[in-house]
Design a protein around this ligand. Structure first.
Ligand SMILES: Nc1nc2c(ncn2[C@@H]2O[C@H](COP(=O)(O)OP(=O)(O)OP(=O)(O)O)[C@@H](O)[C@H]2O)c(=O)[nH]1
Length: 631
């Protein structure tokens, strides 16, 4: 640290701090400590050496943060002042102070104090930018402690929240961390992608310079790129235009590595020799060690064992103090080869043992980083798969619910439709039945008078006679024929004739019982079947009706004079066959007509209707229309 001033002094200080921390961890990283320093240094670059004391705490916080890397003494002084003025701090300012305390603890290697402070800011800090800055510091700290798995977990979490992050500086910090950590874990493509994001966010300036450096680191350290000189030159120009010497010399280191890989030894030596003194001036010991080991390698390849030994020994001097493992491993290997070539086998063996020991630690560390990366990647992938599975299940559930809802709606529609169809069918069935009944009634009834027509009268009468035959209860058939009805028609017209017919039916109905079967047999002829009726009762009831006709004709003035003749036949004489009863009753009716009309004649001859006797004993003379069939 002797002879260091300003920024350079800080850089060495920080480099040593980190070196101490890494030694405490027992294993060392390669280029990463240097990368962290670049960021840390740049974060404090805009600071004046003598900060003006701030009146308000907000200003004091800004000042304190801005001097934290450039003027550590002022930083500590201002931090204490802030800690004495905590009552003046708002909640978000308190969190910012906590972050600065965490940063300071990490800076001086008090990891146990730093970690809980930074973790609290990451978990509870109100500002996303502050949370990301704290995450960057914690990732660095975890890397120093070789807790790579935790470092990758924090990095993954921070990167997940990156799209919502508006703080450009915090964004550049975490992208830088990502790029460096992934380069260390051997994920060079990913590291380059994050570096490109920094470049895209910062088209110029410090972060642009650093973005290019990280991109080159990933390409060159990945060993798979053969980059044209213009690419290095472009990155160099960007850094040099803003006087960023350290990143510029680190880019030159990458140039030299590639030149060596391509066996362009003169080119490598030109770059390294050309800036070796400058690098030593910066006093960034890790980069110095890296330059020296590359110089040793180049001279060795060129066959200059003396200069190779000189630079390899210089590398061991610096790297063994701070345990910069990568240059140290290479330096021991070269020294072993040099001593062996010169035949100094004892020294060669000693260097070889050191080389093997250092290389083993180095390889273990590389393996650990790579493994940590793979484990976290696996965890993240598993989480993603679980999340996708959950989302898929959610979608299925939502679809199921939607389907259920649709099914309910469809069921309701079907039920409604079904009920409508059933109601329509029921309605049409009802209407059909009603019309059927109407047609049946019409088919059974006489259109003019509404009583049974001839056919239905015959059916009903036959059924009644069948019952009568079973119970052996007698029945009488009465035939009624209006007298001189033709005259009514001729005198008064058919309309009156029709009216007289209806009136005649009404007269008859007044004297009928509910069980009697009444129908219109022909034009002006009617039939009545009287069940459970003796011949005497039949005679009496026919006479009753006849008198009713006669009374109507005489009682009502202006009315048509109307009488009727009656023929009566009983089952007692003719059995329960309707055809025989009709013949007998008609025969009696015929006689009633012949004997002067307006009378009742009963048929008594049980053998032949044509021989039936009337009530007054007269005999039938004419042939009868029912001689063949009652239908
Ligand atoms: N207005 C009307 N007349 C009818 C209907 N059906 C038959 N007639 C008439 O009834 C008359 C029956 O005449 P006839 O058979 O000579 O019998 P009648 O005139 O009653 O004489 P007797 O039976 O011998 O007393 C005919 O003039 C038929 O036209 C009908 O539905 N309405």
């Amino acid at each position: 640290m002797e002879g260091c001033e300003g920024r350079a002094a800080f850089v060495l200080l920080l480099a040593n701090r980190l070196g101490v921390m890494r030694i405490a961890g027992g294993k060392l990283g390669g280029y990463r400590a240097g990368a962290f320093l670049l960021f840390a240094m740049l974060a404090g670059a805009a600071v004046s050496a003598e900060p003006v004391p701030a009146e308000n705490v907000a200003q004091l916080l800004d000042d304190t943060e801005s001097v934290k890397t450039a003027d550590y003494a002022s930083f500590i002084r201002q931090l204490h002042e802030l800690e004495n003025r905590t009552s003046e701090l708002s909640e978000s300012q308190t969190w910012r102070l906590r972050y600065l305390e965490g940063w300071q603890a990490a800076y001086i290697g008090q990891n146990d104090k730093a970690k809980p402070l930074l973790e609290a800011v990451i978990k509870q800090g109100p500002d996303s930018g502050l949370r990301i800055k704290a995450t960057s510091v914690l990732i660095n700290l975890l890397g120093v402690e070789h807790h790579y798995k935790e470092a990758f977990e924090y990095l993954d979490h921070a990167l997940e929240n990156l799209p919502q992050l508006n703080d450009a500086e915090a964004r550049a910090h975490i992208l830088g961390e990502a790029s460096q950590l992934l380069t260390e874990a051997g994920q060079y493509d990913l590291a380059a992608a994050y570096a490109k994001q920094i470049i895209a966010s910062y088209p110029s300036g410090r972060y642009n310079c650093l973005g290019h450096l990280y991109e080159l680191d990933a390409a060159v350290l990945g060993g798979k790129a053969s980059l044209p000189d213009e690419v290095f030159q472009d990155a160099l120009d960007r850094c040099l235009s803003i006087h960023e010497i350290l990143p510029a010399d680190t880019i030159r280191r990458d140039m030299a590595i590639q030149a060596l890989q391509q066996n362009k030894l003169d080119k490598a030596l030109s770059v390294l020799e050309g800036h070796y003194e400058e690098v030593k001036q910066i006093s960034y010991s890790q980069l110095t060690a890296e330059y020296e080991v590359l110089l040793a390698q180049a001279y060795w390849n060129k066959g200059n064992a003396a200069l190779a030994q000189k630079y390899a020994s210089a590398t061991v001097d610096i790297a063994s103090k701070s345990d910069f493992i990568d240059p140290l491993v290479k330096a021991y290997q070269l020294l072993y080869q040099i001593e062996r070539q010169s035949g100094n086998l004892r020294d060669a063996l000693a260097y070889h043992e050191k080389y093997v020991a250092a290389d083993k630690g180095h390889l273990d560390d590389i393996r650990e980083k790579a493994l940590a990366y793979q484990v976290v990647k696996q965890q993240v992938e598993t989480k993603k798969i679980e999340l996708e599975e959950l989302n898929r299940q959610n979608q299925i559930l939502e679809l199921q619910q939607a389907l259920d809802h649709k099914a309910v709606v469809t069921s309701r529609l079907y039920i409604t439709l079904l009920l409508t169809v059933l109601a329509s069918i029921a309605f049409w069935l009802y209407r059909l039945k009603r019309s059927q009944l109407r047609f049946m009634r019409l088919a059974r009834r006489d259109g003019l008078t509404g009583i049974f027509n001839r056919q239905h009268f015959v059916e009903e009468a036959q059924q009644t006679l069948r019952y009568g035959a079973k119970s052996l209860r007698g029945a009488c058939l009465v035939l009624i024929d209006l007298d001189h009805f033709k005259d009514v028609n001729d005198t008064h017209g058919h309309v009156v004739g029709d009216s007289v017919l209806r009136q005649s039916v009404a007269i008859c109905q007044q004297h009928l019982h509910s069980s009697d079967v009444f129908g219109r047999i022909g034009g002006e002829e009617f039939g009545i079947l009287l069940p459970e009726c003796t011949i005497i009762q039949g005679l009496e009831r026919a006479e009753q009706i006849r008198l009713a006709f006669q009374a109507t004709a005489s009682d009502e003035p202006g009315s048509v004079a109307l009488t009727a003749s009656f023929g009566v036949a009983s089952t007692a004489h003719y059995g329960y066959d309707l055809r025989r009863l009709l013949l007998a009753a008609d025969s009696a009716l015929y006689r009633a007509k012949r004997d002067g009309r307006n009378r009742v004649v009963i048929s008594m001859d049980e053998q032949t209707p044509r021989a039936a006797a009337s009530a007054d004993g007269s005999k039938p003379t004419d042939a009868h229309p029912y001689a063949n069939s009652p239908e």
